[in-house]
Design a protein around this ligand. Structure first.
Ligand code: UDP
Ligand code: MG
Length: 153
């Protein structure tokens, strides 16, 4: 089963939106297979966002993501990488359409509430940065067959 890494960024925690945002992923049928509250150390943030190093927004991004507590979530489900990105909406809150997390709660370029892996490769790399194997639980909640039919592609 596919997995993706989601981070509720510091603005989500400061604005007390963690419960409501997690609810959206659960409502869609995705399964929480790992979850923790932490403050991201600078070195870890730099490793995670290494692909953006050198871009104008990079220093501000590192300051932002390390500025307060975050919740990191490993989600599991068929096509969960794509599904999570769709639920999140476009990067900038002012462009994201209503109905998406960023479209409903965000108005900023940088403070956009959530991170989500953008490919199977980045999901694998990012999950390994934030979780050990022992912190991830592989299970299939009751009723999963009504969300992901076995013949779905
Ligand atoms: N970001 C920013 N200014 C920009 C572009 C991105 O502050 O012009 C921040 C924003 O928080 C974004 C993160 O950098 O979520 C990573 O950017 P990316 O293009 O990967 O967007 P995402 O995958 O999060 O939609
Ligand atoms: Mg990205």
């Amino acid at each position: 089963m596919e997995r993706t890494l989601i981070i509720f960024k510091p603005d989500t925690l400061q604005r007390r939106l963690a419960g409501r945002i997690l609810q959206r992923f659960e409502d869609k049928g995705l399964t929480v297979s790992g979850l923790k509250l932490m403050q991201i150390p600078r070195e870890l943030a730099e490793e995670h966002y290494a692909p953006h190093k050198g871009k104008p927004f990079y220093p501000g991004l590192i300051d932002y993501i390390t500025s307060g507590p975050v919740v990191v979530v490993a989600l599991q489900g068929h096509r969960c990488i794509e599904i999570a990105r769709t639920l999140m909406g476009k990067t900038f809150g002012y462009e994201a359409v209503p109905g998406t997390i960023r479209g409903d709660f965000g108005a900023s370029r940088s403070f956009n509430l959530v991170h989500g892996s953008d490919s199977p490769e980045s999901a694998a790399t990012e999950i390994a940065l934030y979780f050990t194997d022992g912190e991830l639980v592989d299970y299939s909640p009751a009723g999963s067959e009504w969300v992901f039919p076995s013949d779905d592609t």
